[in-house]
Design a protein around this ligand. Structure first.
Ligand code: ZN
Length: 441
């Protein structure tokens, strides 16, 4: 069976995760785990496998030198829902192989990485290769809904075994082709940090009563003012270590005037932060962002609300805390009688630390990129979504978030959307990347 057929088989298991376990088909997850030995017999003969709870799979590939700290390759095997009634060219759980692509949910996010990690190991095992350092593969089955049962349980297992890794690689940003307007060269975006996450409730209390004799501002009107204030008064823009190193890496490859701007970024900092603030994607790299997403007030047309509430989804820049965000917002909106607090404090995630770009992990990832993606420029990157790596922060100092696929704007649009697919060319390159990375360990 070739790599495309193996990924196709994986896609056919409906491992759709949900915050409501009764909506999940547990047998699909179990069947997925059970199918792996048949797909990768060499790996299952040479590596030890531990299944942690219903959603965690750990492989240990013992290295020749136990004194070296291990490295961990992560991915997840759950996927987001996909409706058969949506206009997919090929049904989302068909795993169709057609026109040079494998189609379906998980072909990009991220069964593709499990397939390629295991396929690379299978090839290396068959050749008789043994790494110097121990390698772990850690696959969770609920990343899309927080990762507690998968990565969370796996991280506990690592702590119990007192394993501290040299570095970890997990899903992340791709080798971008035309993703960044000012650079034409393909850029291998390696996430060295991850923004924090919090859903913040903004609310205003009102006195209620009949709508025929309203006060100057109802609770909802005051809430609208508070939200407008949050949109108008942005968090201050700032250059993190990650974005500073990102610009340093891109400067030689950027078109004028960006090349000069990036090279002089410390002197021209205010100018550059202003330029970055102009578009949503670059703005997200230099500041904590707030997006008002939900609102509710009175249950009836002619009744004044006693409580008006909105939710603001906040993505937090490394170096700022969830508590600081809440304080900042409360200071902004107090004049409107509004207050802000975390909706689910237990779901709020602090921004990550910023990983090193001089570590063993960084250097070998960059070397493997050179082998699998010749000509691509490796660049440290601030990852704006959340991954399973939040569970692994105590297991290692250096976490890298990288998706070894060449992706265009169109490819990225298909993630969590209809027509998610991966080209076979991309799939083979992805496996080459992991093989290059493993064979350096
Ligand atoms: Zn994912």
């Amino acid at each position: 069976m070739n790599i495309a057929e193996k990924l196709s088989t994986m896609v056919r298991f409906r491992t759709v995760s949900s915050y409501r376990p009764e909506e999940e088909d547990e047998s699909s997850f179990a069947a997925f785990i059970e199918a792996l030995p048949g797909l990768f017999p060499g790996v299952h003969a040479a590596l030890e496998r531990t299944v942690v709870g219903p959603r965690g799979i750990i492989y240990r590939w013992r290295g020749k030198k136990p004194s070296l700290k291990p490295a961990i390759f992560c991915a997840h095997f759950d996927v987001v829902p996909a409706s058969e009634s949506d206009p997919w060219t090929e049904p989302p759980f068909s795993g169709a192989i057609k026109d040079g692509y494998v189609w379906g949910r998980g072909t990009q996010d991220v069964k593709v990485q499990i397939a390629c990690i295991l396929e690379s190991a299978e090839t290396l095992v068959t050749r008789g290769f043994t790494p110097e350092r121990t390698l772990y593969f850690a696959f969770g089955g609920d990343e899309e809904v927080g990762g507690t049962r998968g990565a969370g349980a796996i991280a506990t297992w690592f702590s119990d075994q007192q394993i501290h890794a040299s570095w970890i690689i997990d899903e992340g940003s791709p080798v971008g082709q035309g993703l960044i307007g000012f650079v034409q060269t393909p850029i291998a975006l390696i996430g060295i940090a991850e923004k924090g996450y919090a859903d913040i409730v903004v609310e205003v209390e009102g006195k209620g009563g009949h709508a025929s004799m309203p006060p100057r501002h109802t609770a909802l009107g005051a809430l609208a003012h508070a939200l407008a204030r949050i949109e108008d008064k942005l968090f201050p823009a700032r250059l993190t270590k990650t974005t500073d190193e990102f610009l340093a890496a891109l400067a030689p490859h950027a078109a004028a005037p960006y090349r000069q701007l990036f090279a002089l970024r410390h002197i021209l900092s205010p100018l550059m932060l202003k330029a970055f603030s102009a578009t949503p994607s670059t703005n997200a790299m230099v500041r904590t962002t707030c997006a008002a997403t939900m609102a509710q007030a009175s249950p009836k047309e002619n009744v004044l609300p006693t409580l008006a509430q909105a939710v603001v989804n906040v993505r937090i820049l490394p170096g700022t805390t969830v508590a600081e965000v809440i304080d900042f917002l409360n200071a902004l909106i107090a004049p409107y009688g509004a207050k802000a607090y975390a909706k689910f404090p237990e779901h709020a995630v602090e921004p990550s630390a910023e990983s090193s770009t001089e570590s063993e992990g960084w250097n070998s990832i960059v070397a493997a990129i050179g082998e699998a993606f010749p000509g691509a420029v490796p660049a440290p990157f601030l990852f704006t979504a959340a991954t399973d790596t939040k569970h692994y922060r105590s297991i290692t100092d250096d976490i890298y978030r990288f998706c070894p696929l060449v992706q265009t704007q169109e490819d990225l649009a298909a993630v969590h959307n209809v027509n998610e697919r991966v080209s076979i060319e991309n799939l083979e390159r992805c496996a080459r990347f992991y093989a290059a990375l493993m064979s350096r360990q």
